[in-house]
Ligand binder design. Sequence first.
Ligand code: AMP
Ligand code: ZN
Length: 114
Amino acid sequence: MSDCLFCKIVAKEVPADIVLETGRALAFRDINPQAPTHVLVVPRAHHENAAALAAADDGLADDLLKACHTVAVQEGVAESGYRIVFNTGEGAGQTVFHVHAHVLGGRGLAWPPG
Ligand code: AMP
Ligand code: ZN
């Protein structure tokens, strides 16, 4: 999608601090981190949100989840604990409509989330 920020990051048209690249996913640091580790994991293919990703039904959601765990291991938070968040829809705080998993860790994470 030509007007999608995360498609532009995937295409390297917009710079980002990339921490992982796989065949179908890309991970980069959030520009406004909410924790010591705050990485966004996106599919290279454009899907609007987690519901669309799930409906893609081609193993992409599986790949994305595996990429999230790889990021957590790389970031050194896999043992201490981390959270994977998909804000889905404006009411849940989604602001970029290219599905992305937030991988958060490196500090205590309150439950329930706000
Ligand atoms: P959400 O609100 O769940 O849609 O998450 C969007 C996230 O994208 C926010 O946490 C933003 O800080 C982050 N973000 C926006 N622009 C950029 C960018 N250019 N590079 C990295 N992260 C970004
Ligand atoms: Zn996109």
